[in-house]
Ligand binder design. Structure first.
Ligand code: NI
Length: 227
């Protein structure tokens, strides 16, 4: 299941992030990925250990943690610190790959199991050609080119790629998280129930049956969530 979340970043946050990105140095992205992904990865990333990446991560994490829709869709238990990448020039694509199941944290403090992946778009689609994020899941193949500040969320188990950028530069932030609900099918059920409950509450208010259904939703979540 793919979920697009609009306006994860405000215009002010986007401007601040671009100001920091403009004075950041980029390195080859394949230096940081596993051997299989490295063969098909031709993009650039911000290196670890700089003050600029710490500040960018702080701003993005604040936006992610206040986002109720991301919580409803992904149930984040642990985040991998967001990474920032750029596609354009000769480093302009990332071929088909899966995100490895487990990734060691950059500070060596442990591991994050990647259940959910997300791309937070930082460049407006009008500023570049190509660069679609193409995701294959059980429902088919989806090509996504989101507005700056929007985010697409999908299971880390999906094969995905970024098509070559043939004009301009595409910058984005990639987010991986370990979910309280490990199974993608269970997350989907919970999200669907939650969204239907939100609509019901708006249409008929908190009548007795809605309260009961809300209780059932939480009891399912209690059954499936590991924190
Ligand atoms: Ni990936």
């Amino acid at each position: 299941m793919l979920i697009t979340i609009e306006n994860v970043l405000t215009a002010g946050e986007l401007a601040s992030i671009h100001e920091i990105l403009a004075r950041s140095a980029w390195v080859d992205g394949f230096l940081t990925s596993g051997p299989q992904a490295a063969k098909v990865q031709r993009n650039q990333e911000l290196p670890e250990g700089t003050e600029t990446i710490s500040e960018l991560r702080r701003q993005v994490m604040a936006a992610l943690q206040r986002n109720a829709l991301l919580f409803a869709a992904a149930f984040p238990a642990r985040f991998y610190p967001p990474i920032f990448n750029r596609y354009g020039g000769t480093a302009n694509f990332f071929g088909d790959h899966v995100d490895n199941a487990v990734r060691p944290l950059p500070d060596g403090s442990g591991y994050v199991r990647r259940d959910v992946s997300a791309t937070l778009f930082l460049t407006e689609p009008s500023e570049y050609d190509g660069g679609e994020l193409v995701i294959e899941d059980i429902y088919g193949i989806h090509a996504v080119k989101g507005q700056a500040g929007s985010m697409v969320v999908y299971p880390s188990s999906s094969i995905h790629r970024v098509e070559p950028v043939t004009r301009g530069f595409r910058t984005s932030c990639v987010v991986w998280l370990q979910s309280m609900v490990r199974d993608a099918g269970q997350r989907r059920l919970l999200f669907d129930i939650d969204m239907a409950l939100v609509q019901l509450r708006q249409q008929v208010g908190d009548i007795e049956s809605v309260v009961h259904l809300t209780g059932t939703y939480h009891n399912l979540l209690r059954r499936w969530a590991e924190t």
